[in-house]
Design a protein. Sequence first.
Length: 104
Amino acid sequence: MKVLLLGLRGVVVEEARAHIDLADVEIFGGGSLDDMRAIFATTPVDHVILGGGLPLEIRLAIVREVFTLSSATTVHMKDIDSGPEGFFPFVSAVIRGLRERSGR
């Protein structure tokens, strides 16, 4: 499973990436529409997880671009209120749910 984490703060994305230690999950990170495009240009992505700190216009542009580039990629958007400290728990819960759904 290939997962792209996109967040306003690179350190939050990197922290989440460092704590996901699953052999079947490959994590990519970034913080912008251009980062998303660069990853999609090099590898197929199964799931995109967006942090709540990204401005709404950027989040919407990323969602639009993902669905333009792929008919198979899912997008998961974190809330704003839980702040940066809520990013890893959200990412962890989404990945756990996706793994359970796929039987892994």
